[in-house]
Each structure stands twice: as structure tokens, then as C-alpha cells.
Design a protein around this ligand. Sequence first.
Ligand code: BES
Ligand code: MN
Ligand code: ZN
Length: 495
Amino acid sequence: MKIRVLDASPVQVVADWLVVTVFEKAPLPAPTQLVDASLGGTIAALIARGDITGKLAESIELLQVTGIAATRVCVVGLGEAATLTKSRLDRALMTVARKLSTRAVASVAVALPAAPLAGLDEESVASVVANAMTVGCVGQGLYKAEPDRFRFDEVSLLVSPAAVADAERGVQTGLIVGESTNLTRELVNRHPGELYPETFAQRAVAEAQRLGLACEVLDEDRILAEKMGSLHGVARGSVRPPRVVLLRYEGAGAGQPWLGLVGKGVTFDSGGLSLKPSDSMKTMKCDMAGAATALGAVLAIARLKLKVNVLMAAGLVENMPSGSAFMLGEILTARNGMTIEIMNTDAEGRLVLADVLSYVVDQGVDKLIDLATLTGACVVALGEEVTGVFPNHSEWGDQLLAAAREAGEDAWPMPMFDSFSEQLKCDTADMKNIGTRWGGAITAAKFLEKFVGGKPWVHLDIAGPAFMESSKAHRDGGATGAMVRTLVEVAKRFA
Ligand code: BES
Ligand code: MN
Ligand code: ZN
């Protein structure tokens, strides 16, 4: 998809769709007013009789118009001007992109009110538009014979001559981050018979090669040689061998600090011998979303040429029950020498991350973030749409939260009291892999904390927001690509 910035008039732009906006209970924004005049007052008339209200993300389609160069017009509501935020603007534009992409159309032109809009400058507005147009026209119907969504060939963002340069920069950012979000979504949406540790690793290598990045894949022998006994224990039940993917982007140069991005990549989580019931198992292809998010983010960071050094690491395994599966009561030895008594094979994500976190710390990263669809308990605590934030270092945690706010993604801090690690105490080994029923998301985070060697670290539990069972007007069901934008924002601030 191509996105360009034009300083053309919305009346004269040639496009299959022209998108204009209206606010609730307010006069028409200037570009909409121009279009309305050429349409003979149709928009004003629809507002007067209540067919257009301007409520957030309401979109009214005028399929047959004369008097302007575009073929059709979509009037999108932005709600009340005073309540418009970046994420509300995103929601409105995502809704439009999703609606317009249900049929194949070549070109879409977007005419928004001039900045500041939602308190954003031209560059930020342009990046929201480009991101929404890129993400909104891609769905989860990867395996359908008849596609249910069509990418636009070309999107034009109409701005004033003075805003062209800023808008072009924003479009570039929004497009790159949107394409990375789509990559993350695609990987998560691929079914687990096709996407497993080896094929995930192959895809990571291919994507890294396109950007000239160094990508190393640890195979099973290397994993054992690196003493990753905890990760390997989980992988043992599957016929598909594990992989660890390491992708380096050195944008800041030698001697500068490194940011570690670590992802849980359980390509299918059956629960292992502690087998999940079907209802909980049916969406468990999504259990590699942490790895896919870390990969999407590092690729965007590299394409944006941010001045930051990033080491991305993904622990890729399949958690299966079999004659060779790890057992309850079995004691695994992690890379850092700690022993773990297995009390539930379905608490596997922390076992995978433990070894990858230690490895990344040994590689000399200065600060880390891990992402994981780690616990159902986090979804109970925060709901389906909010990422749980678990820091061992309050400043680093605050930076993550500030980045999420800037990116317009919902994330919320969780407590990390030491009383939760007491639940992990064990008579036979250094720790066990589960605690009690209560506060399970925090116990899991306290488990991970033992493997970061005291480095500033934030754990992000994305079990809720990574994957949605149903579609909404503003986003497709399935994988969401949640937190890709936040990670890019963190990297910008790290630089
Ligand atoms: N992958 C699951 C967590 C999950 C649940 C992700 C729902 C996405 C949606 C994880 O491996 C798991 O099974 N966690 C257990 C932990 C328990 C055994 C301590 C859980 O949440 O029940
Ligand atoms: Mn599990
Ligand atoms: Zn899992």
C-alpha cells in the first residue's frame, strides 16, 4: 500500500472514497465545509435531520455524489472536539478503514481538520492516519478462498502546503509501525500446524535479511549447550524442536546501552500433561504473541532507523503432552543454575522466559522488557483490553507507562510485593513454578524477576489484549498487535 501526502483541495482530489469528518454539536470543519458546499449542502442537511450526529466513529457513506472529483464520500464522526484524544481519533479512523476495505477499492483520500487536532501536531495526526489505514484494511481471514478485506492501493492525506513536510514524516512512521503491527498479527493469526518454532525462526531470519540485520537462531543442540534446561523441559513433549531467535539492531553504535526485548513464543499451548480443557485450548495458537510483538517492534525500530541498540530474543517452543513430556514433580535446572520443581506444566511461559531472560542479561543488555501471554489471572485482574505492567525498577516502569500513554495503548501497573515470591518457595528445589490461585499474574512476574540479574526490567502480560475472540467495528478479531506501538515509543525515548 502507498500513502502519500497531497496539498490538494478535497473537492478536486480524484479518489474512490473521500473521508471527511464532523464533530458532535459543532460547525463543520473547514475541509468538510468545502466539500459540503460542492455537494449542495447534503452533509449539513443530513446533520439537520439527525442522520449524521458526529458521534465518535459513526461513519455515514454517501455512495453517489456529484460536484466533487471523488466518487464516494464517507463522513466520520469525531465526537465532541474537547474529548478527542489520540486513541479516539485512531478508533474513528480504524472504523472507517475497516468499513471501506470490505470491498476492493483503489484509492482513499482523507481530509481532516487542520492540526492541532486532539492536541496533536501535523506529524502525529499523519502517523495516526497512516497507521489506521494500514492496519484497518487487513483482517484475520488468512485462509479464506474469498478475501473478506482488501488493502487499499493508495491512500492520500490532504494537508495544507505548510504541513506537507511534517505530514510526510508522520505518514512514514505510521506506515512502518502499521506494517509491523500487521506482521505481528499475521504471525499470531497463522495456525499452529503452519507456524511452529522452526517456521517462526525461518520467518524471522527472512524479515531480518530484508533489512540487513543480524539474526541468529539457536537450534536444539545449541539450546542444550547453553544450559537452557528450563526452556528445553517445556519443549520436550513435542515432536517439533525448540528454537531461540536472536535479532540485533545496532542503531546507536558500539559502546551505547542495549535494550533487550524478550518474547514468549509458545507456538501452541496445550497445557502439557496439565492439559487444558478444549475451551481454554482453542485459542492457544496466540501463545507466541509476545515473541511476534517483540519481532514486529524491532523490525519497525530498525526501519525507522532509531538511534538505539536493541537485542530481540524469542523463546520458541510447543507445549505438548506425550511420553517424553516434562512431568509434575520433575525438577528442571535453568540456565542460571536455579532448580525449579514443576507443579503444573501449564505454567510453561515463565519456564521458557526464564532461560531467555538469563541469556539476554548474559549478552550484556542494560535494560529489558519482556512480553508474554503469561496468565489468565492478568485477564481476570485487568480485563481483556489492558496490558499488565510489572516492573522491578520504578523509573523504568514509569517510562514504559508513559510510552504506552503516548502510543495510545492501555497499560496498567501491578504491584510487585515480595510476599508474592514466598508462594514460590519449595522444599525440594530453589522454587516451584506456580503459587496459589490468588494473584497469579504477580506470582508469575515474581518468578521471572529471579532471572533478570537485577537489571532494570518490565514484564508485560498481554494475555488479554494480544488476541480477541470477536471483531468490533474498530478492530478485527484475532491478533491485535497490541504493544508494538508502545515498544517503538519506548525505543524512541531510549535513544
Ligand atoms: N498461555 C497461558 C495464559 C493465557 C491464558 C494466555 C488466556 C492467553 C489467554 C499460560 O501458559 C497458562 O496456561 N497460564 C496458567 C497458569 C497457571 C497454571 C498457574 C493460567 O493462566 O491458568
Ligand atoms: Mn500454559
Ligand atoms: Zn502459555
